[in-house]
Design a protein around this ligand. Structure first.
Ligand SMILES: C[S@@+](CC[C@H](N)C(=O)[O-])C[C@H]1O[C@@H](n2cnc3c(N)ncnc32)[C@H](O)[C@@H]1O
Length: 351
């Protein structure tokens, strides 16, 4: 197993605390950076598979809390509190913190640390996998998340049922750049198009890998995600399946993408399945049921798909250059013509 060890032996809560409270007791500080000594690297195994890279620079922890705009009346959701370096700062700033942590050892350390400061009444710990947890109500999210679940976690926040003001997240730098990309940018992608349908994303700051224990291989960035107040009226499952189709090869024109035999056959069978679930909506919109007689002949079906692209000026367009408004219009034109993109319920990992 890929593991790193830190801290002295985790045998009692006090030894947990001495080992991991920003490594203060046996550490020295250089330019705000708390540096742990080698001798502390025994006892608690930090697991790469769980993304256990602890942020130890108090200056950066403070900057994250400041930029997240926490109010004293807020309940903050923290995902992956680890040993509580960020949690302690959030407990100072907010009314309440809900911390979701998978690792029992981290939970024990966090509980002991918070009790030592008599702040346990302000903290709720949920010891579970965040992707399998229904969140209680919260006002905002502030978290240094495990990078291996960035995509499904952002999807859970943005496409989930909780309403919140903002989510300030420390992410892998490359992932944050993908999230920040806009239509027309060379790196505009499916993640960005899906997140930005429902939220705005703002860059906050870069954080060097040197600020973590153990240092990850790559640098990180903080971004703030703000859900849009007005959300587009679209079937989310259709949208997500549509963008998966369009952004699979985002630099192809829509015309060449939808001329591929494989794509046509896929869309034909999805549309047959989709008609069963969407039939009443289509009939309502069209006023009759003519469009529900889907062409079972692939070549006729293909001509219909291309016809929609051609007559609406989309044939030569590349998905990465289209705005959300244009993509929504194209999806609506397809759906009105009983051409559907999804059949099965979506899973978080499909986003
Ligand atoms: C990057 S560390 C952050 C630790 C701490 N917030 C800090 O900044 O020092 C990520 C934390 O998330 C936890 N974690 C990993 N996968 C998780 C999951 N699926 N659900 C909840 N917590 C998870 C890890 O155990 C680890 O404590």
């Amino acid at each position: 197993m890929l593991q790193k060890t830190v801290g002295s032996s985790i045998k009692s809560s006090s030894s947990c605390l001495s080992s991991l409270l920003l490594f203060r007791r046996n550490s020295h500080s250089r330019n705000g950076q708390v540096v742990e000594k080698k001798k502390q690297h025994d006892g608690l195994f930090l697991q790469k598979s769980k993304g256990q890279h602890l942020l130890t620079n108090t200056r950066i922890l403070d900057a994250i809390v400041r930029s997240s705009d926490v109010r004293p009346t807020d309940t903050v959701l923290e995902i992956g509190p680890g040993t509580g370096n960020l949690t302690m700062k959030l407990l100072e700033a907010a009314q309440h913190v809900i911390a979701v942590e998978l690792d029992k050892r981290m939970v024990e350390i966090l509980r002991a640390r918070v009790s030592d400061h008599a702040l346990q009444h302000k903290l709720t710990i949920i010891q579970k996998d965040v992707l399998k947890t229904d969140f209680p109500e919260f006002d905002l999210v502030v978290a240094n998340i495990p990078y291996n679940i960035s995509s499904p976690l952002v999807a859970k926040l943005v496409y989930g049922s909780n309403t919140f003001r903002t989510a300030t997240l420390l992410l892998q730098k490359e992932f944050s750049r993908r999230l920040l990309a806009n239509p027309g940018d060379s790196d505009f992608n499916r993640l960005a198009v899906n997140v930005k349908l429902l939220a705005d994303v703002k860059f906050v700051m870069d954080v060097s890998k040197r600020e973590f224990v153990p240092p990850p291989k790559v640098d990180s960035s903080v971004v703030m995600i703000t859900p849009k107040e007005v959300k587009p009226d679209v079937d989310v499952r259709e949208w997500l399946a549509f963008t998966r189709t369009c952004f699979g090869k985002k630099n192809k024109t829509l015309g060449s993408m939808f001329r591929q035999k494989k794509k046509v056959m896929e869309l034909l069978s999805l549309s047959e399945a989709g008609i069963a679930t969407n039939a009443s909506d289509v009939v309502e919109e069209q006023g009759d049921n003519r469009l529900l007689c889907l062409d079972t002949d692939a070549s006729v079906f293909k001509e219909r798909v291309i016809g929609i692209l051609k007559s609406n000026g989309f044939e030569d367009k590349r998905p990465s250059k289209l705005s959300h408004g244009q993509l929504l219009r194209l999806l609506s034109l397809f759906n009105q013509a009983a051409i559907f993109f999804h059949s099965l319920p979506m899973d978080l990992h499909d986003y």
